[in-house]
Ligand binder design. Structure first.
Ligand SMILES: [Mn+2]
Length: 424
């Protein structure tokens, strides 16, 4: 980690500029009748889980370019999330991927996490690749597989992930299936769906009462003709048939181009069936780009639905997680930028005058509807986000602090240039 005095020194260099920006924004928000303290509290409370696989460089199908100092053990991954959290005060959770990150010593890993102020968010199962020495292969599917023994192995794996999550204090299992086909005629659609539902039902019986089963969907990839759970409708259908503890998980990158994701979010929340959220950004497909790097307005519109849904529906708590692969940038820098974008969008969505919007909607004042949203979107709320982070003892500018503290250099010195993160 780093010495907290170093961060204080770094913040000192930024403080006068920050205070100037913040006092200007604070005054203008107060004049608008905004409860500034409440706003800061909401932003401070917002925590986004970091997945254990996001701390090393990812890769494409063609290559991977590690940058050194990557965490090769679960302990080091937790410590890296601790560094992010110390800087931005919003990464207070880690989401484990099993079997890439099976804890060896549960008490020890829980203690390391607790000391860094981290919780264990949803645990993720993996039936999209075969593990060494496994008897059965998932090449042709897992929970949907035509062979009962393969389905049984996949069900058993998910049950074991739940058991492991219980020991960590997690409260949700995320299931994403690569199951599908790349050639027409390869599956009987109805039978593949039914087998998947039956398998999920078995996993569901193993779920503790205070847990959630989050069902993720994806339109294509790794299969290119059909996916067993291609869209939110199919995910919602499965979740509805399973019961109250099952819900849909929306991953921003898992939609066909131009899909209206904010509308999906609104409807799922209306049905109390939105369970979780995976953040990333994309231009063409599941591109895994940094959150908010390409479509910040779409992200803002999604947050507008989330903010209204959290207030006006009984949807309940959501699991928030970044889900991206970092190929060009230092993953830690990418995560800091992604979380900053999320907080900025969340803050802007909190600033929308929804009462005024409802009046404009009722009177079909279309221009006003657009203007009300854009009025919030066009505000510069960066000093508000900085103020919430600084108030909690974090950095005024987390990315700049990360660089000034030379964190990556320290990690390379400690772990070496060849240290590679486990995962894909
Ligand atoms: Mn995802």
């Amino acid at each position: 980690m780093f010495d907290s005095n170093q961060l204080i020194e770094i913040n000192k260099k930024k403080i006068s500029e920050h205070q100037r920006n913040w006092s200007f924004l604070k005054e203008s928000l107060t004049n608008k009748g905004v409860d500034v303290e409440d706003l800061i509290q909401k932003i401070s409370d917002f925590q986004i889980a970091i997945p254990s696989w996001a701390l090393g460089t990812g890769g494409t199908r063609f290559g991977r370019f590690p940058l050194g100092g990557e965490p090769s053990t679960l302990e080091d991954k937790v410590k890296d999330v601790g560094i992010l959290h110390a800087l931005n005060k919003s990464s207070g959770a880690i989401s484990l991927h099993i079997p890439w990150d099976v804890p060896q010593d549960f008490d020890s890993i829980r203690k390391i996490a607790a000391d860094l102020g981290l919780k264990f968010d949803a645990v993720n199962s993996n039936t999209f690749q075969d593990q060494p020495n496994s008897i059965h292969s998932y090449k042709f599917g897992s929970l949907c597989h035509a062979d009962k023994t393969v389905r049984a192995a996949a069900i058993q794996h998910n049950k074991e992930v739940i058991d492991l999550g219980i020991k960590l204090g997690s409260k949700a299992l995320t299931v994403w299936l690569a199951d599908g086909t790349s050639f027409a005629g390869q599956h009987n659609f109805r039978e593949a769906f039914q087998r998947t539902l039956d398998s999920l039902k078995e996993i569901y019986t193993h779920l503790p009462d205070d847990w959630k089963l989050l069902i993720e969907y994806k339109p294509y990839e790794p299969n290119f003709y059909s996916m067993v759970i291609p869209d939110w409708g199919t995910s919602h259908l499965l979740a509805s048939k399973l019961g109250e503890k099952a819900a849909t998980l929306v991953d921003l990158g898992h939609h066909l181009p131009n899909t209206n994701i904010e509308q999906i979010v609104a409807l799922l929340m209306h049905l109390n069936k939105l369970g979780g959220f995976h953040f990333n950004d994309s231009k063409y497909g599941d591109d895994d780009l940094s959150v908010g790097s390409l479509k910040p307005y779409q992200l803002f519109l999604i947050f507008c639905e989330l903010v209204q849904g959290m207030k006006e529906t009984d949807n309940g708590e959501l699991s928030w997680m970044i889900d991206a692969s970092h190929n060009l940038k230092d993953p830690m820098e990418d995560l800091l930028q992604s979380i900053a974008s999320i907080k900025i969008s969340f803050a802007k969505a909190l600033l929308v005058d929804y009462k005024k919007l409802k009046v404009a909607q009722k009177t079909n004042d279309v221009s006003a509807c657009q203007a009300i949203l854009q009025d919030a979107f066009n505000m510069d709320v960066r000093s508000l986000v900085s103020e919430s982070c600084y108030g909690l003892g974090g950095a005024i500018d987390p990315l700049e602090a990360y660089r000034s503290l030379e964190i990556r250099k320290g990690l390379i010195e400690e772990r070496g240039l060849d240290s590679k993160s486990t995962g894909l």
